[in-house]
Design a protein around this ligand. Structure first.
Ligand SMILES: [Zn+2]
Ligand SMILES: [Zn+2]
Length: 647
């Protein structure tokens, strides 16, 4: 192997010491935060189950064992062998098996990955021993997903690039750690506001961004690349005295535009470092970002970045599951914990230096009941400082019990439909849509309490987002996970009908329930339905999620009686809002005030300092004050551009 990317002596020596002599070690390489070894006789490494575990523990990194290219079975024979070994009902096809020579690895896509893995990994080990290729098993989503196919193909096509990239990152991370003299955080966006979330964490020689989003609101300067004026849509990166190439890593908490939307822009302007996220976040990010650029183009605007930049970002993503401890620089370790907010959403725990400091950033977080996810994790190794979302952090942000919430929804739907009207529910495609689908499915497909003869339409990105959920059942609550694993996915229930571009047909027909993407009525499917439905008092619009301060959704919630919207021909028309407007709280993917307080109370161990963010100014301030008062710890609501020195 070349000198470039050669691990430091300690790791190299430990591996030599612990690997069985007859494994025939040929090279040791970094693979991003992990270490990969290549051997001539991979079977012998798998003869003793503890070998890999012992080496991993000794080098304090994930160890990946791969075959030296000379040992690999030719791909035709290996393909035959693999199909022979895997049980028929695993749902593996010839096309679902792809060999990635750069990593001596074979991708196997399966409907039932469990059967490819086998009891205690036995089937996998058989494949490794007999073909010398190491399988990487991927779940085939139960619903077709162009996004997942696209992302998987991209990763496969770009193997050469990925290999070089990962070796380079590994080399950088594995420089001998230099002890930092100081540590500070700077609020670059999303403080005392909702949108453009971005936190810069700096030590003497590391710079990390947690989230880098945009404020996807109309009328905000800067979002359309062609508009001028003061920019309130992007994080204050240019004020931070850093250049794009100073950034060592970007850590994404979850795939919503207010946390994600600015990252491709970093790549457009030359960033070439890693973006850490969970596997579902990567796929959801692809879905949302491609859709965003299309939406801007369709409305005649100039998107901030193009498909090329989104692809570049995807190629630089390094995925980690909850609980995996990963070095993101020589001195900073990252671990994701479940945040309960959307699929793959994580709170971020960072351990800086050897016991120097521990920071937790909640991203968006739900510490309460949902049908999709377990509540946010409250167990961390240590929390010196907690950055906490405050979307519903105001003293009056107390939502009603879930059962009442669900009853209220079903009663509203029933009344509207029986009165001959239609119900519109504008929803964020990722998160609330799936939660509401689960509620509707549970009442309409499985109980006799509510009988609805009306169709339930899904429009916009909802279907694509739901499909991605079916590829990651392990990220969902146990009951839901089991239904997907047993081919009884509620997202594919026959109570749902897919609107395929026939919006006028749906609008011309009688009563219906329409779930449309575009949560705050800021464009997309929901706005089109709203324009057509608003004037009829028989219709109802039901808001179940967050509406930002200047969104049309918020203004409608607040009783707006008329608005100007561009019609089909693009001309502005006045639209009277006579439809019933309902807001049903309690479905949110954000914690309400009580849940936020309860989260802080249940943290183990407790947090020493709390900083509020991701909320309107009075909410951030009140929550910080209340936390400080009740728990007798430091509680503050920083504003954008504030820096806090921790060490
Ligand atoms: Zn979010
Ligand atoms: Zn958010």
């Amino acid at each position: 192997m070349s000198e470039e990317g050669k691990p430091e002596k300690g790791i190299f020596e430990k591996i030599h010491e612990l690997i069985p002599g007859d494994a025939g070690l040929t090279s040791i390489e970094y693979e991003g935060p992990d270490v990969a070894i290549y051997v001539k006789n991979i079977a012998c490494v798998y003869d003793d189950e503890s070998t890999i575990k012992n080496i991993s523990a000794a080098i304090k990194k994930r160890l990946i064992v791969r075959s030296d290219a000379s040992a690999l079975m030719d791909t035709d024979s290996a393909l035959k062998k693999i199909l022979e070994i895997i049980p028929q009902d695993a749902g593996v096809t010839e096309e679902g098996i792809r060999f990635e020579k750069q990593f001596s690895q074979v991708y196997i896509e399966a409907m039932k990955p469990g059967l490819v893995i086998g009891k205690g990994g036995s089937t996998l080990v058989r494949i490794i021993k007999e073909t010398k290729w190491v399988p990487k098993v991927l779940r085939t989503p139960t619903m077709n997903s162009d996004v997942i196919n696209g992302v998987r193909q991209l990763m496969f096509r770009e193997s050469d690039f990925r290999k070089k990239f990962l070796i380079g990152i590994g080399k950088k991370i594995n420089q001998p750690a230099i002890k930092s003299e100081w540590l500070k955080a700077t609020a670059l966006g999303g403080f005392k506001e909702v949108g453009r979330s971005c936190l810069l964490l700096e030590t003497t020689h590391s710079k990390i961004l947690i989230d880098c989003g945009i404020s996807p609101e109309p009328g905000i300067k800067g979002l359309d690349a062609a508009s001028g004026g003061e920019n309130k849509a992007f994080p204050y990166l240019d004020s931070a005295n850093i250049t794009i190439n100073d950034i060592d890593a970007v850590i994404l908490t979850h795939a919503h535009m207010d946390h994600l939307g600015f990252i491709p822009y970093l790549f457009k302007f030359g960033y070439n470092g890693p973006v850490y996220c969970t596997p579902p976040s990567r796929d959801l990010a692809a879905l949302l970002l491609y859709d965003y650029t299309k939406l801007v183009q369709r409305s005649g605007g100039t998107p901030l970045y193009g498909e090329k930049d989104i692809k570049t970002m995807l190629m630089h993503m390094i995925t980690r599951d909850y609980g995996e401890v990963t070095n993101v620089t020589d001195e900073i370790k990252l671990t994701y914990h479940n945040a309960g907010h959307i699929l793959g959403s994580g709170t971020v725990h960072l351990h800086v230096g050897e016991g120097l400091y521990n920071i937790v950033d909640t991203g968006d977080m739900k510490y309460g009941f949902t049908r999709l996810f377990d509540p946010a994790d409250t167990n961390y190794p240590r929390i010196d400082a907690l950055f906490m979302e405050s979307t519903y952090g105001g003293p009056r942000d107390i939502t009603q019990e879930r059962q009442e919430t669900e009853n209220e929804l079903m009663e509203t739907i029933k009344r509207t439909v029986e009165g001959g009207g239609k119900v519109l529910m504008p929803l964020f495609a990722v998160g609330r849509s799936q939660e509401l689908m689960l509620v509707l499915e549970s009442y309409l497909a499985n109980s006799n309490q509510y009988k609805l003869e009306t169709p339930i339409y899904l429009d916009g990105m909802i279907l694509g987002a739901s499909a991605i959920h079916t590829a990651y059942p392990e990220y969902l609550k146990a009951g839901l996970r089991n239904r997907i694993l047993n081919n009884n996915s509620p997202f594919e229930s026959e109570i749902f009908e897919i609107a395929k571009g026939e919006r006028n047909d749906i609008l011309d027909k009688g009563p219906a329930v329409i779930l449309a993407s575009g949560g705050m009525l800021n464009g997309g499917a929901s706005l089109e339905y709203f324009r057509a439905m608003a004037e009829d008092p028989k219709n109802a619009i039901i808001f179940v999620g967050f509406n930002s301060a200047s969104s049309l959704g918020r203004r409608v919630q607040n009783g707006l009686s008329e608005t100007a919207l561009s019609g089909e021909d693009g001309k502005l028309e006045s639209v009277k809002i006579n439809m019933q407007v309902r807001t049903i709280e309690g479905f949110s993917g954000h914690s309400d005030r009580r849940q936020l307080m309860s989260f802080v109370e249940h943290l183990k161990p407790s947090a020493k300092k709390v900083y509020t963010m991701h909320g309107e100014e009075p909410k951030c301030e009140d929550l910080a004050r209340s936390i400080a008062g009740r728990f007798r710890i430091e509680g503050r609501a920083p504003m954008n551009l504030d820096s806090i020195r921790f060490k």
